[in-house]
Design a protein around this ligand. Structure first.
Ligand code: SF4
Ligand code: SF4
Length: 193
């Protein structure tokens, strides 16, 4: 986590007062936050985050949507649910982080291209085949980020191939669309269609 503290003048900044409510199922759960810091203390990734979970929820409650969506915090979340089960106010924090990721991807927030590309490649492959095809996933990921960086993973990829950890399946055009209906239904429920 960052040791630098930044002073934000709330009177000079555009705020989205409905932001926190859009992150949880019922809508008002984040308002119950008492800033106790248990979420940060229980988070195994907090030391690597630029903004700790506690700070991020405070920012969300202040309506600092843009600032929250540009933190690295959500992308370093491993979805372990520690914060959620530890929060004394019973706030569905991990689910709120999942919602933040969706928003950042939908709004094509720049600066975390690799993370966005990772999630997009993963969901595209799952949607097409209903299972992971590692080779196709890696091709999609590196093509949408930096093809040259794939060379740095070539040794590891070869080892995984030799040990049968990944199958040498060539990417297919189109795919079977096995989970199309499921993905479409989720998009419908989330109001993305
Ligand atoms: S653990 Fe819950 S109440 Fe405590 S700071 Fe985190 S979100 Fe707020
Ligand atoms: S769910 Fe994410 S934010 Fe919560 S403790 Fe785990 S890694 Fe940290």
């Amino acid at each position: 986590m960052s040791s630098d503290s930044e002073v934000i003048n709330l009177t000079e900044i555009r705020r989205d007062t409905a932001f926190a409510e859009s992150l949880t199922p019922v809508g008002h759960e984040l308002k119950r936050c008492i800033q106790c810091g248990t979420c940060t203390a229980s988070c195994p990734s907090a030391a690597f985050m630029d903004v700790t979970p506690r700070q991020m929820w405070r920012m969300a409650n202040l309506g600092l949507a843009d600032q929250v969506l540009h933190t690295k915090t959500m992308w370093l979340c491993t979805v372990c649910y520690e914060c959620q089960v530890s929060c004394p106010r019973g706030i569905p924090l991990t689910e709120a982080i999942a919602r933040l990721k969706q928003m950042a991807i939908q709004e094509r927030i720049k600066g975390f291209k690799e993370s966005t590309a990772f999630y997009r490649a993963f969901s595209d492959v799952m949607r097409r085949y209903g299972k992971m095809r590692e080779m196709e996933f890696m091709v999609r990921y590196f093509m949408s980020t930096n093809l040259l960086s794939a060379t740095g993973f070539a040794g590891m990829g070869l080892k995984m191939l030799q040990r049968g950890k990944v199958k040498p399946e060539m990417p297919q055009l189109g795919g079977e669309g096995r989970l199309d209906k499921l993905f479409d239904r989720v998009a419908e429920l989330e109001g993305r269609r």
